[in-house]
Structures are given as structure tokens and as C-alpha cells.
Ligand binder design. Structure first.
Ligand SMILES: Cc1cc2nc3c(=O)[nH]c(=O)nc-3n(C[C@H](O)[C@H](O)[C@H](O)COP(=O)(O)OP(=O)(O)OC[C@H]3O[C@@H](n4cnc5c(N)ncnc54)[C@H](O)[C@@H]3O)c2cc1C
Length: 365
């Protein structure tokens, strides 16, 4: 496609939809963006997410390509945030992993898995108790060993989503909230009828199941708490035999806490068991969390294919990007840059060997 000459519809104003809409407007295209929910607090997994960009933390439980695309994200996000005039939404202070003395085996195993995945070339550093206290003085004193994963980052993801929407509107994008759509090559169907476009980009996450029967939702739960009693400079993960709790600092003394990954499409509220586990694990990280106020309990579904990898599929008039699973912020830069190269007609699309393949379960003979 040549720049600035086409009218493109984007279905889904979550993470991918907003990034793609913003970039296409910057290329000079006319863009119409649809979401089934409200645009200011969307039902997107991106709104519920913790916003970590942690290629090393995720490597031990993911394919190597997740690490490679994640490293690309560490360079791409700062560039995009500069363009959005919002560089402070990006914090790159590494990640800290700790374990209680009885669970130190979890740290050792994590390190082994990471070294194995990266061929012994891991930048992960072992920390003593005093190193941990130096990095995060407000953590409880009982952690004698930890791991530091340099370069990892986290984003103020909700402000990012709002900034993207502002930028889309400022560039003349037409935005429709509360407007569920169905997508077709060159057409979008709303309750009002069908509308023609030069191209439709489907970024509906779990809402795209009509196109991808094998797409599934993987439930995740979060707590949002607020306290001025403790400061953290980076995401902290608490390793435990049954879960990995993560605590991610956000502006205004807020913290997002999560751990759960449940193979279920149940969107009902957080269970008592999860709430107790998250709360008590948080308290063991620092008793200063005891007086924190619980502001919100979040539940959402991560869109995933059977291989838990993202895929971009293209037919005449319709491109679909989906399956970012638990790695939306980690993988969106690679997926969006690939998708834009596809739309711009560049021969050399980044990560084509991973992203352009059809999901294995949907390959036709
Ligand atoms: C608890 C939790 C924590 C997470 N933490 C992290 C993290 O720390 N780091 C990380 O990298 N990733 C994280 N993720 C994963 C990340 O949120 C997802 O991978 C990412 O949001 C997927 O982006 P998406 O744009 O494909 O889908 P979404 O962000 O879900 O957006 C899809 C949008 O499409 C809309 N839609 C659906 N159906 C329709 C329809 N018919 N018509 C119009 N619109 C429709 C939805 O309303 C939604 O707004 C987390 C996810 C969860 C649930």
C-alpha cells in the first residue's frame, strides 16, 4: 500500500489496535477504530495487565523467540514513547527476583532454565541479602539471596493507552466505543450495517474467535493496592513452588500484584483463594503492605493460540494480529512492526519466520 491514500478500519482498541491505528495515521492513512467496550477504560487485557517488559523473566517458560522479540521491545518502546511525548511512562531499572529461605531451590532452578535457554549466556546476576537491601531498601529483611535481571523494564500501561487514544484523535482518527464489530475482507459489520474499507485490521484479542476457532482465553487476576509506606523502583517477583507473585510499581503509590495463570475463560470476579494468596504473599514481601488499600481487583483473559505465540495472518483486504498471550507489552513492538511492514509492502518484514506462519492448528494441508 502506498502511504496516505487508504481508509483503514481497526477492530479492537486494546494494545495492538491502538498502536497500529496511531502508526497508520502517522503514515497518512485515514483510520476508523472500533471497540466493543468504552474507550476510556476498555475491557482489553491491556488495561488489566501489569505492563512488564521482561524478556529474561519470561524466557525460562517461553520459546527462545519470545526473548528475541522481547529484546527488540526494549529498544522500540523508548522510541515510540518519545514520539508520544511521554518518555516518563517507561522505567528501565531491571527486575528483582527473591525467594524465602525454604524456596531458594526455585531461584536456582530459574537460573538453570535461563542459562539453558540462552546457551549459558545469561546476564542474570546473583544477589546477596545486602545487595537486595541496597536495590530495594523497603523490602522485608529476610531475603538472603536473589537474582537481578538487568535491562528489564515496565510501563505505566494505562496512561500509555490513554495517550495513544489522544494521539489517534489528534491525528484525525475516527473512534467508536461501545461498538462491537465483525470483520470481513474490506468490510466491517456493525449493528448499523456494513461499511467498506480499503483494508481491515483485526486486533480483537479473544473477541476474534469467529476467525480463529482455536484461540483461547487464559484467565489472569490482579490486585491494585495503594500505600505510601513502601517504595519499589522495579518489578519484584517472589518465587514460590506454586506461583510466581509479581509486584509492579505504578504512579501515585499504586502497585499491581498478580500471579495467576488459569486455563479457564471464566471472567467472574477474583476468587477468595487467589485474593488470600496474593495478599499474604505480598505481606511476606514487606509487612508495610499491611495497611495498603485495595483499590481494584482485576480479571481478564489473555488471548492465546495453542503454541502460545503471536501470529499475523493476511488475506486480501484483511489482516489479523493476535495471540500475544501473557506477553502483550513484550511482543507488541515486534508484532506491530511486522504488521506495518506487511501493510507498507516492504519486502523485509521483521520476525517473519515466527509471525507470518499460520497457527499450526489452523494450517490447511
Ligand atoms: C492479568 C494480566 C496481566 C498481564 N500482564 C502483562 C505484562 O506484565 N506484560 C505483558 O507483556 N503482557 C501482560 N499481559 C498480556 C497482555 O495484556 C495481552 O497480551 C495484550 O493485552 C493483548 O493485546 P491485544 O491488543 O491483542 O488484546 P486486548 O488488549 O485484549 O484488546 C482487544 C480489544 O478488542 C476489543 N474487542 C473484542 N471483541 C470486539 C468486537 N467484536 N468488536 C470490537 N472490539 C472488540 C476488546 O474490547 C479489547 O479492547 C497481561 C494480561 C493479563 C490478563
Amino acid at each position: 500500500m502506498t502511504p496516505g491514500t487508504h481508509h483503514i478500519a481497526i477492530a479492537g482498541a486494546g494494545l495492538l489496535g491502538r498502536l497500529v491505528a496511531w502508526q497508520l495515521l502517522r503514515d497518512g492513512h485515514a483510520v476508523t477504530l472500533y471497540d466493543a467496550g468504552p474507550l476510556d477504560a476498555p475491557p482489553a487485557a491491556a488495561w488489566t495487565a501489569a505492563g512488564m517488559v521482561a524478556p529474561l523473566c519470561e524466557t525460562s517458560i517461553s520459546e527462545r523467540c519470545v526473548h528475541d522479540m522481547g529484546r527488540f521491545a526494549l529498544t522500540q518502546w523508548p522510541t515510540w514513547l518519545e514520539a508520544l511525548e511521554a518518555p516518563s511512562l517507561w522505567q528501565q531499572n531491571g527486575s528483582l527476583m527473591v525467594a524465602h529461605p525454604q524456596d531458594l531451590g526455585e531461584l536456582t532452578q530459574f537460573r538453570r532454565d535461563l542459562d539453558h535457554a540462552l546457551g549459558g549466556d545469561s546476564p542474570c546476576q546473583t544477589l546477596s541479602g545486602s545487595d537486595i537491601q541496597r536495590l530495594e531498601p523497603d523490602l522485608a529483611g529476610g531475603f538472603h539471596q536473589g537474582l537481578y535481571l538487568p535491562d528489564e523494564a515496565h510501563l505505566d500501561n494505562r496512561t500509555l493507552l490513554s495517550r495513544l487514544l489522544e494521539a489517534i484523535r489528534a491525528l484525525g482518527g475516527e473512534c467508536h466505543g461501545h461498538c462491537p464489530v465483525e470483520t470481513f475482507p474490506g468490510e466491517v459489520a456493525t449493528a448499523e450495517g456494513r461499511r467498506h474499507f480499503d483494508l481491515v485490521v483485526d486486533c480483537r484479542g479473544t473477541g476474534a474467535r469467529p476467525h480463529h476457532p482455536s484461540l483461547r482465553g487464559v484467565r489472569g487476576e490482579t490486585l491494585h493496592v495503594q500505600t505510601a509506606e513502601i517504595r519499589l523502583s522495579r518489578p519484584v517477583r517472589l518465587m514460590h513452588p506454586r506461583y510466581q507473585l509479581y509486584v509492579v510499581p505504578k504512579p501515585e503509590h499504586r502497585f499491581v500484584i498478580g500471579a495467576t495463570q488459569i486455563e479457564s475463560e471464566d471472567r467472574s470476579p477474583v476468587s477468595l483463594q487467589s485474593s488470600l494468596e496474593l495478599g499474604s504473599a505480598l505481606y511476606t514481601l514487606s509487612p508495610a503492605f499491611a495497611e495498603a488499600r485495595i483499590l481494584e481487583q482485576g480479571v481478564n483473559l489473555r488471548p492465546a493460540f495453542l503454541d502460545n505465540l503471536p501470529h499475523v495472518t493476511h488475506q486480501q483486504g484483511l489482516i489479523s494480529a493476535n495471540g500475544l498471550f501473557r506477553h502483550g507489552y513484550l511482543l507488541a513492538p515486534a508484532v506491530v512492526c511486522h504488521l506495518l511492514a506487511e501493510i507498507r509492502g516492504h519486502g523485509d518484514q521483521p520476525f517473519a519466520d515466527i509471525l507470518a506462519a499460520r497457527p499450526p492448528q489452523e494450517t490447511t494441508a
